[in-house]
Design a protein around this ligand. Sequence first.
Ligand code: TYD
Ligand code: MG
Length: 453
Amino acid sequence: MAKANQFSCNACGASHQKWSGRCDACGEWNSIVEDVPLSTGPASKALGAARGRSIPLSDLATEEAPPPRTQSGMAELDRVLGGGLVPASAILVGGDPGIGKSTLLLQAAASFARVGLKSVYISGEEASAQVRMRAQRLGLTDAPVKLGTETNLRDILTTLENEKPDIAIIDSIQTMWADNVGSSPGSVSQVRAAAHELTSFAKRKGLAVVLVGHVTKDGQIAGPRVIEHMVDTVLYFEGERGHQFRILRAVKNRFGPADEIGVFEMTGAGLREVTNPSALFLSERDKPAPGSVVFAGIEGTRPVLCELQALVAPSPHSQPRRTVVGWDSGRLAMILAVLEARCGIPFAGLDVYLNVAGGMKITEPAADLAVAAALLSAREDAALPSDTVVFGEISLSGALRPVGQTENRLKEAKKLGFTGAIAPARSKTGTQSGFKVQKMSDLTAFVGDIFGA
Ligand code: TYD
Ligand code: MG
């Protein structure tokens, strides 16, 4: 019996039984397309070299030693990869167009080549002359990287077969097309087929493939999310257009901690690593100002201090504005509600703006107390001491909950010249000489102690 056709969403990758104008899963319009079956055509024949074979788990240790990792020498990149590049792995690097993915990966290819890996960079978007120009600008013309400009998957696999590289960068997966799949490049079927062929090739031949994927908002081409589940590691390269800082974030990693970040700065000669992000995110801070609070956060395994800025002003609108950059707006609404219900501090009739400085995005609930502090400080027009960091989670009852890695947060604050912290009671702070930790059990106590309200 013929299998009924499947449909999937170009934006989020959700599967559907029938076509419709709008995807139920992500709400995107006009993004659902028919899947074309991948099972036909000769390219998939080579799969399954060890078909029908299984080995006991206990034998694995003797059969295969843990893969040796290769470090590129770009410490920020190596950390996000979980300590270096793992052979026979597939890595997806997603990000908005123009954010710097090609720049990052050309630099990575050169770094890996310089430490002795055979690197191949395949561009489906730029001509070799353009890639060479970029390499010139980055000062990488002498790096032993092989360049290819191809989009046909079969040609690419042939190139990789001949070159036998240790690392292959495919820029971008959305320009690649498999000639046994009938739809146009960039469609869900093509992106899936190309990613599938490349990842299984990587596993079979023991090389690492890096797939570059553009994040798309219009659903014209499939976003990188449709292949996230196929790869071992998913990294997103993010940043604000107006800022020179770029953050490489691991959102999935089979070989290391997720949520790890690497920080880069886009300069005229490519991406420069930022080894001390806290200093960078705080560098633009001047005198103590109402509404400005330093949050001691943790990104992955590393403490990162950053500045939260709030502005609270009487609203001319019947529905006051709530604008957030770099944090979750739902979480902001919750904190405003807790401040109002538990501490009797209303924000009705006031516009509220919250901004994380430097283009940083915070996802930790540990930032709750710092957000509340910034909001109160802006509302009361009273600056917090500029040498104090704040962290802690706020529960709906107004109680403050301790958060993970307290000591690391305090150590980083101390290292950067801060002399005190405000933290939840019951936090395991240890002893830090010359550093004062004020512990608060709930938000009401915090408001009373810090703002005298
Ligand atoms: P690119 O790597 O092409 O982005 P993506 O591959 O994610 O689409 O980077 C594009 C931007 O980076 C472009 O606006 C110019 C800027 N850029 C620099 O500022 N300095 C540089 O050295 C390079 C190569 C690019
Ligand atoms: Mg590019």
